[in-house]
Design a binder for this molecule. Structure first.
Ligand code: ADP
Ligand code: MG
Length: 706
């Protein structure tokens, strides 16, 4: 490939990094001092934005963008599709005397009015009011991409209902900060101004050769293979994980890094994953809002840059059956504006008391709202991973490591703890055993693992926006912190009260802690005994969104209303139905027009061979051909039978109107299973038919061809 980019050819990392971002440094340099200060106040403290400030900022943004070659600007938003959306406008505005000037007003910066009718709304947006508007999110910096200035925004309906993924996230950030601050204040901290949720999402993906990709309708239309017999070699040799990266892939990664660095995304590590042709990219963590935007940019950039190298990046959760799927490890923590990570075990007894309170808050939140975390990671692609035959079960549990678990367990029993002085653990007074900074033997099977100074929520699907999981996390933790703050505030002996709180949580919610292997059947049974939820599919997880306790939670904290939650539930179901329907139609098309004909062609060849041999008059045995012909014919018959069956249920499913939940359930129980049955027959046929006649690149071609 001639697309090789060398950093040394271009510029140094320091020059490249953030060069396309209207960053704090750029703002400082380009904005008048007063304006910069006012804008910072809005960014940092949420102070209302003065229209005059917006006017000046808009002008500076425009000048900066045009100097860098931009011609257009766009409000960049994240509708409920989980993708990003943009509508580009030229900077040009006509003047009264027929000329054009390059303009961009404060009003255009603050507010946009894209047509909302083409985005999912779950019935929120009445058809007569198709308009929606986007509003500038000052807390995520604007950036340049392909000659356009991108302005991160939120997206709401004209009557104010939330239509996007970012609004609840931004609200949850504030709610978490408020409640965490109350707890800090109770512990005597009077200086911290803000608590910031942080996220570092590790993104997994597959790469596939573009020419092969283009020969697969399933990959093109559904993002995953609907057919494909297992490759003779799979991932069993484990020779891919951290193996040497092939040159084409290395070139791709280098260009990817540079493109991301320009956008201010500090992609840091990258390595081969367990499965063949699978890779991972992880940026250095950020505040959760910027981190979420960055993850969207990572996914978009992955796809774009891959094409430059004759590759296609597959972000789907399960591109290949029988091969590890892709997830997104959502590393999450809370930190103060002065840089203290609240999930970092402290050195002093005092700071450890505070640490244990925050830790306990999360334990309780995850136990009480496990259902919400589960639904936040639900999508049709992830159904192939969570609760399916491989990979982690769909049960939410927490890995804390032995030491922390022991501390909580002993606290729960009110007994002695392995405190350094050997006595009873007294929060705020005794010294905890030194907690390991890095749990190197950390449990990789846990869906929610404490990894030394952060939690890693590992259920999230590779194609999902991390906005959902994080607004859930922020909100549920904020809720428990608010309860805790209520108990701590005004207490003379805060540590004694904290002790009681942690003790009670350990007792009541310790069931959610599990340090063992989550992949075993035994755990599924134990979890059931402990009363932990095991929601196996997206469809079954949807009612969680409108469960009373959850509606109350989101309404109490002003994150989403009942109506908005109902709309979201509807959107998840609609998306599920559409996805499975597309998969069914694609499978049918491929089976009928590619796979069945290939099988018939082969059967004909074999039959002709039998005839030809017989026609020679030589007394020859055609037993092998006849046996083969029978096998092919039987498999063809089974394939045809499964085509018919799928056609029938698909038609029925499509016409099941009225109750979206029931329709989605039917798609899951009947259509999805019929697609799988059809696949089984086709995959069997693949193992029998002449390779030269097989119309699709095989798993071996797709997985070992980079
Ligand atoms: P592993 O693959 O072992 O899980 P990585 O080093 O690949 O670990 O990824 C860890 C991720 O966690 C990185 O994206 C990192 O930036 C992120 N991270 C580290 N500290 C924090 C934190 N305090 N808050 C959120 N994310 C964090
Ligand atoms: Mg990880």
């Amino acid at each position: 490939m001639s697309n090789k980019v060398n950093l040394t050819d271009v510029e140094g990392v320091d020059v490249v990094f953030g060069s396309n971002v209207f960053s704090d440094a750029v703002m400082k340099e380009r904005l008048p001092k007063q304006i910069y200060k006012a804008l910072k106040k809005t960014i940092d403290e949420g102070a209302p934005l003065d229209p005059n400030v917006a006017e000046v900022v808009a002008n500076a943004l425009k000048d900066w963008a045009i100097e860098k070659g931009a011609t257009h600007f766009t409000h960049w938003f994240q509708p409920m599709t989980g993708l990003t959306a943009e509508k580009h406008d030229a900077f040009i505005s006509p003047t009264s005397d027929g000329r054009v000037i390059l303009g961009f007003s404060g009003k255009e910066l603050i507010k946009g009015e894209p047509d909302a009718s083409s985005f999912p709304s779950g019935g929120l947006r009445a058809t007569f009011e198709a308009r929606g508007y986007t509003a500038w999110d000052v807390t995520s910096p604007a950036f340049l991409k392909e000659k356009s200035l991108y302005i991160p925004t939120v997206f709401v309906s004209y009557t104010g209902e939330v239509l996007d993924k970012k609004t609840p996230l931004l609200r949850s950030v504030e709610v978490l900060s408020k409640q965490a601050l109350r707890v800090l204040r109770a512990f005597g901290n009077n200086t911290t101004k803000k608590v910031i949720a942080t996220v570092g999402p590790e993104q997994e993906y597959f790469l596939v050769d573009k020419e092969l990709y283009e020969q697969r309708r399933d990959l093109i239309l559904t993002g995953r293979t609907l057919f494909g017999a297992p490759s003779p070699k799979g991932q069993e040799l484990e020779d891919q994980y951290f193996g040497t990266i092939k040159e084409r892939v290395a070139d791709f990664m280098q260009e990817l890094d540079i493109e991301l660095w320009k956008l201010g995304v500090s992609s840091k590590t990258k390595h081969n994953e367990v499965a063949p042709a699978q890779y991972e990219i992880a940026p250095v963590f950020n505040d959760v809002n910027v981190g979420t935007d960055h993850n969207q940019l990572v996914m978009e950039t992955l796809k774009k840059v891959a094409l430059h190298h004759g590759l296609v990046a597959l972000i789907h959760e399960k591109p290949y059956a029988g091969v590890n799927g892709s997830g997104k490890h959502n590393n999450w923590s809370m930190s103060t504006n002065d840089g203290e990570n609240l999930l970092e075990p402290g050195e002093t007894p005092q700071s450890n008391a505070q640490f244990l309170v925050f830790l306990a808050a999360i334990v309780k939140a995850v136990d009480v709202y496990a259902d919400l975390l589960r639904v936040s990671a639900a999508n049709p692609g992830n159904d192939h991973r969570l609760g399916a035959n491989e990979a982690p079960p769909a049960i939410i549990s927490i890995f804390l490591g032995d030491q922390l678990t022991e501390i909580l367990e002993k606290l729960a029993k009110g007994g002695k703890v392995g405190a350094k002085n050997g006595g009873e653990l007294k929060l705020g007074a005794s010294t905890l055993p030194v907690l390991p900074k890095d749990n190197t033997d950390r449990n990789r099977t846990s869906p929610f693992a404490f990894t030394g100074n952060k939690f890693e929520f590992r259920m999230v699907g590779s194609s999902q926006s991390v906005a959902g999981p994080n607004f859930v996390l922020n909100t549920i933790v904020a809720e428990v912190l608010s309860e805790i703050a209520g108990q701590l505030e005004g207490k003379k002996d805060v540590n004694a009260e904290a002790q009681k709180i942690v003790q009670k949580i350990a007792k009541d919610h310790g069931r959610v802690i599990f340090n063992g292997n989550n992949y075993t059947d035994e755990w599924v049974q134990t979890a059931e005994k402990r009363g932990l939820l095991n929601i196996r599919s997206t469809v079954e997880s949807v009612p969680v969104l409108t469960a009373k306790k959850n509606v109350q939670l989101f309404e109490k904290h002003g994150i989403l209303t009942k109506t908005e939650l109902e709309a979201r539930a509807e959107i998840v179901l609609e998306n599920y139905i559409k996805t499975i329907n597309i998969e069914a139609l694609t499978a049918l098309e491929m089976a009928k027009r590619q796979i069945l004909p290939a099988g018939i062609a082969f059967a004909t060849e074999v039959a002709q061979s039998i005839n030809s041999v017989k026609a020679t008059g030589v007394k020859a045995v055609t037993g092998a051909q006849e046996e083969l012909l029978k096998e092919v014919s039987d498999t063809l018959a089974s394939l045809k039978k499964n085509i018919n069956a799928l056609e029938k249920v698909q038609a029925k499913a499509e016409n099941l109107h009225g109750d979206t939940y029931k329709q989605a359930l039917f798609y899951k129980d009947s259509v999805f299973t019929a697609v799988n049955a059809l696949r089984a027959a086709a995959d069997k046929l693949e193992t029998v038919v002449d390779k030269d006649l097989w119309p699709l690149p095989t798993y071996a071609d797709l997985l070992f061809n980079l």
